[in-house]
Design a protein around this ligand. Sequence first.
Ligand code: SF4
Ligand code: SF4
Length: 192
Amino acid sequence: MSGFWTWEQKELARPTTKQEVIEAGLAYLEGVGADLICKVCIPGGGSCCSGCPFLEDGVGCGQRNTSCTAWLCGFLKYIYYEAGLIREWEEFWDQVPGQQFRYDTTPRHFAVRGWLEPPKLRFLFEAFADDLQRLRRDRPASWLVELKGKLDWHIDEIVDSTNPKFIKRIEAKLHRLTSDFHRFHQAKAQLD
Ligand code: SF4
Ligand code: SF4
């Protein structure tokens, strides 16, 4: 987050709290259906909470924080990218100070300039989750985790690039990597 705001930005500032941004982030994740992907990923050995000391048996996260709410794994990053949501998500969380690894030092009160409105895209995430579940059955055990890592890597490459030719090349790679995700691509066509 930039520590310096112009007068115009100060005018647009909206006071908020750490709890409120976490709730907005969770409502957004619920709106897109991130939980549907997690339900396939976790039994497939891909849980991002694995080994975290704040993970409580049978309860889940015991330390909900801004960092983990903002963080996107490769699957979510890829679908956000395809749905055109990744910039608004990153821009929102760039305004939230104090994000660390699995904890935060976010102050209780601060201000933001923009807000997140949860999109209704569960059908898209549901389609991806169905494909992931189906494809996982016939692939090696490591496939799911490897795919997640590759998607993560390629979306970062795209987001960090300003070179349209390079972006096209990476998009072609993404298309090859997900070519068997038929339901997802059909669902995505409804957005175009
Ligand atoms: S890595 Fe992604 S899909 Fe897997 S449990 Fe974490 S957020 Fe869910
Ligand atoms: S702090 Fe983050 S990694 Fe740890 S259990 Fe909570 S959400 Fe998972």
